[in-house]
Design a protein around this ligand. Sequence first.
Ligand SMILES: Nc1ncnc2c1ncn2[C@@H]1O[C@H](COP(=O)(O)OP(=O)(O)O)[C@@H](O)[C@H]1O
Ligand SMILES: [Mg+2]
Length: 331
Amino acid sequence: MSQLLSVRGLCVDLHQQGQCSRVLDDVSFDIAPGETLALVGESGCGKSMTAQALMRILPEPTARIAAGSILLGGRDLAREPERRLRSLRGAEIGMIFQEPMSALNPVLTIGEQMVEAIRAHRDVSRKQAMDESEKVLTAVHIADARAKLSEYPHRLSGGMRQRVMIAMALAGRPRLMVADEPTTALDVTVQAQILRLLREARDRTGMGMLLITHNLGVVAEIADRVAVMYAGRIVETGSVQDVLLNPAHPYTRGLLKATPRFDPSAADEPPAMLYEIPGMVPPPHRRGAWCVFADRCDHATDACRDAVPPLQTHRASPTHRVACTLNTVAA
Ligand SMILES: Nc1ncnc2c1ncn2[C@@H]1O[C@H](COP(=O)(O)OP(=O)(O)O)[C@@H](O)[C@H]1O
Ligand SMILES: [Mg+2]
């Protein structure tokens, strides 16, 4: 399959208080047109850094790309000059953030912001941009879109603001959408609507999507493939079936065990205590050339602390890869 996005060996370093530590280490993945890759992992694992590196909006100079390539449409975004990137953002890559308020300008109406966003990338009149804005708002199921265009962001609910963000991102007709925890700040019924919208938009436009989430329910709902990130490295990747039904890395197993599940047949039983993976994600300066999950892993042996386990194909499926010295640890 020809890829839309190919990330290879991406490394990002953090420079803080005279120290340099690696916050993304040798990250590689592909996204095909129309495909959704979910990037999952606990807070602090480097998911947002990955999104920021793709858009080249890292908090520089603190965080910098140290190695690797980000190939999109024949260009290496890791090496493009800033002025070229400006025209790519929005047009080639759209982005949706967790907190839409931080991306919306509070002193401009929704319409003014949308017109501005559209005209930044396309040579259209204000009137055409206004009509287009109404169209994309309607496409994200905003009722009475024309009237909403003259509202200010604070007048809208959280779910409505997230729809506006999605509409704005879609208005640029990006080939790749990067959605960083797009539903985390919303209540569950709104979450489901937003996911449905994203899926519709992807199916309608054929855009590829990198969906960042710590919610494995969201993954099952919308993704084709999954990459599990731990402490700046991808530790397991494969199809949704590979990873969610046959998780091979002890970290992925822990994440799944920590995910609440609704089992209708057990609805009368008292709820079981939710599992928590013991310990915490080590901060970037405490990571090294070994399996950084070893300290939290029930299966760890001395070999786990000798070297970084490479991502290797899992014996059960050619699309499934796992970075664990035990590779196929017993359940
Ligand atoms: N602006 C920043 N300056 C310094 N360190 C940061 C900054 N943003 C994130 N980090 C650190 O980088 C690591 C990865 O963070 P992040 O990508 O935000 O994780 P995630 O999105 O998976 O929760 C964390 O250790 C975090 O503390
Ligand atoms: Mg994040």
